[in-house]
Design a binder for this molecule. Structure first.
Ligand SMILES: [Zn+2]
Length: 299
């Protein structure tokens, strides 16, 4: 199955939570850039200047990770995972005992260790020996180093709408109502309306809300918009609880796969029977993306 999966909000949030656990308080000893092409608006020298900085917080806006440095500089290392980006942490002792750990949601994930190979384009070595590794075989990921913590002024980030899970369903429904007559899926994918939803969770939200993805947003009444907003938040929440969706590349900070793929109802299931009604699921391009829905369940 050729699936060009892009990490979306639940995957990036999974990485953020892992980084917060492993990374906060770490002091960088050395920053090594293997492939400068992943850097945007900063140089190899700029990134090397992270030596001596301490990681104070790890935030996220939509699909962007925001690693905040402490001290006088208060710089922010912005990481976008692109299509196949992985941001992992390798402990100094490398004593990753193979095994499994059960998440609160019931998902049992296998433990790392993270892969280290020629696709690792940035290594942030910490005092004490642990390492952050940015690995990205397809090289669509990007790393920016910004001055200050106020990253909203950067061109990439200023156009983002509010982060999806910072909103209540009513607030999200309100934003959808202002989005005009474009089709439902185009609006859900528009990061300037709401940040974080991509192809997987847009299709899943439409299925859960029983709304066709190719329908005009303007044709939904307020009840249907609220239902869509609730569905979007529910599928994102499930994705986070299952530690993200992995088809091929996505891993968490420990190098472990996410468990949400088996929970998906429609994504990548075109031509297979609908899990709700048995109808063969339709597949077509909507909003320039491969889109799957049920003709019988979704109106
Ligand atoms: Zn159906």
């Amino acid at each position: 199955m050729a699936v060009g999966q892009v990490p979306e909000l639940p995957e990036v949030e999974t990485v953020r939570r892992g980084l917060s656990e492993r990374g906060i308080g770490q002091v960088f000893a050395e920053a090594i850039v293997g492939h400068p092409g992943i850097l945007e608006d900063c140089s190899v020298q700029d990134v090397a200047g992270l030596a001596g900085e301490r990681l104070e917080r790890c935030d996220r806006h939509g699909k962007y990770l925001l690693l905040r440095m402490a001290g006088l500089s208060r710089r922010t290392l912005v990481v976008h995972l692109g299509m196949s980006g992985q941001l992992t942490f390798r402990r100094a002792d490398e004593q990753v005992v193979p095994g499994t750990v059960r998440m609160p949601s019931g998902y049992v994930k296998s433990l790392g260790p993270p892969v280290v190979d020629a696709h690792v384009h940035l290594i942030l070595r910490c005092v004490g020996g642990g390492e952050f590794l940015f690995r990205d075989p397809r090289r669509f990921g990007r790393i920016l180093l910004l001055e200050g913590w106020d990253t909203a002024c950067h061109a990439r980030l200023e156009r983002l709408g509010p982060d999806a899970i910072s909103l209540t369903a009513r607030q999200l429904a309100g934003l959808l109502a202002q989005a005009g007559r474009r089709d439902v899926k185009t609006v859900l994918l528009d990061q300037s309306v709401v940040a974080g939803i991509g192809n997987i969770y847009a299709d899943e939200a439409c299925f859960l809300a029983r709304i066709r993805p190719d329908r005009s947003m303007g044709s939904l009444d307020s009840k249907a918009r609220l239902s869509l907003a609730r569905a979007a938040l529910a599928v994102l929440d499930q994705g986070i609880r299952m530690a993200g969706t992995t088809f091929r590349d996505f891993v968490d900070v420990d190098g472990a796969h996410g468990g949400n793929a088996e929970k998906l109802q429609v994504y990548a299931r075109g031509g297979l029977p609908c899990l709700r009604c048995g109808e063969v699921l339709s597949k077509a391009v909507v909003a320039t993306r491969g889109t799957v829905w049920c003709e019988r369940c979704q109106r």
